[in-house]
Design a binder for this molecule. Structure first.
Ligand code: PBG
Length: 333
């Protein structure tokens, strides 16, 4: 019957695309400033602040400039920030990362003061604070799991005490969500949530960030603990494991190369929001292409962000967040 009708009255799908109003009426995915999360890279040593050469419009922010940065995010319409801290001193066990007076707790308090309504998420890892640049405490050249989990718990507590809403463990070590949940609950921080980097791949797209956050490993790489980007079934197992350990939301990273995984996890675990991280290399690559005049930055950025949302991401971490929010306010999607 339907086939017959279609034969007599050929369906022209383009009828609904003819005008801007018709396209708006039938648009399935709308990107909104509230979907976006702005990363902030905060440096304790003011001399290290300033532009990141590979990432146009991204700055390493000194603690003294954090209030302006937070207000800029809030006035753009973005409702959340993800804070990375780069301490002035580093050591073998990333001691500065759990200092209650360290760079992240100080940044969190300054953001809370300048823009009280902003949701504050903090990256919990050792690599920015460890002398060797690895994401855990080392035993020889390998990660010592128990020692690392204890450190991650202590770091999460220092962030929670400063007022973080969510902590985001990015070390990709087994058991990190359970260890952090236990530490937070034990410290009276039952209200603080865990946004786990559940599917974080060993990726070629983190290069610009490692320069920006001074977190490149001094030797070797992260392939023994970050995921192999070729594996989809394993990615779903990682997400399920983090949900079982108590993650409140789960992240897929990088976002742009993993739209299929975002969709698969969205369908497998509908009760947990998924965050997609559009990482530094995705951003820098498109910016470089725009600077070379081969594509339009604004249109390309909004298209990639919409694709992440269409794939099933509820929140999108992107270096374009505040600028994209302003573009969307000029031209709502
Ligand atoms: C630290 C961390 C990294 C990123 C976020 N947290 C780098 C890494 O794992 O090497 C990457 C962010 C980006 O590239 O934008 N564990």
């Amino acid at each position: 019957m339907i086939q017959l009708l279609e034969k007599n009255h050929p369906l022209r799908l383009s009828r609904l695309r003819r005008t801007p109003a018709l396209r708006a009426l039938t648009r399935e995915t709308r990107l909104h400033p509230a979907d976006l999360v702005q990363p902030l890279i905060v440096v304790e040593n003011e001399a290290e602040s300033g532009p990141v050469s590979s990432m146009p419009n991204v700055k390493r922010i000194a603690l003294g400039a954090i209030e302006d940065a937070a207000q800029d995010i809030a006035t753009s319409g973005v409702r959340a920030t993800l804070v990375f801290g780069v301490p002035a001193e580093k050591n073998e066990w990333a001691g500065p990362a759990s200092d209650p007076e360290g760079v992240v707790p100080r940044a969190v308090r300054a953001i809370r003061k300048a823009a009280p309504a902003l949701a504050i998420i903090t990256d919990v890892c050792l690599c920015q604070s460890s002398s060797h640049g690895h994401c855990g405490v080392l035993d020889g050249t390998e990660i010592d799991l128990d020692a690392t989990l204890a450190r991650l718990g202590a770091i999460a507590i220092s962030h929670a005490e400063a007022g973080a809403d969510l902590v985001a463990p990015s070390a990709m070590v087994d058991g990190q969500v359970a260890a952090i949940r236990r530490a937070l609950d034990g410290g009276g921080h039952e209200r603080v949530g865990v946004l786990s980097y559940a599917v974080k791949q060993a990726s070629a797209f983190y290069g610009p960030f490692r320069d920006a956050a001074s977190s490149a490993p001094a030797f070797g790489d992260r392939r023994a603990h970050q995921m192999d980007s070729a594996n989809a079934r394993e990615a779903i197992a990682e997400a399920a494991q983090d949900v079982a350990e108590g993650a409140d939301a789960i992240m897929v990273k990088p976002g742009g190369t993993n739209l299929d995984l975002i969709r698969a996890i969205r369908d497998a675990s509908p009760r947990r929001p998924i965050a997609a991280y559009q990482v530094s290399g995705e951003y820098a690559g498109l910016c470089a292409a725009a600077a070379a005049g081969v594509l339009d930055e604004r249109a390309a950025a909004l298209e990639t962000l919409t694709a992440l949302k269409r794939a099933g991401a509820a929140l999108i971490i992107t270096y374009w967040a505040a600028r994209a929010a302003r573009w969307l306010r000029e031209n709502p999607s």
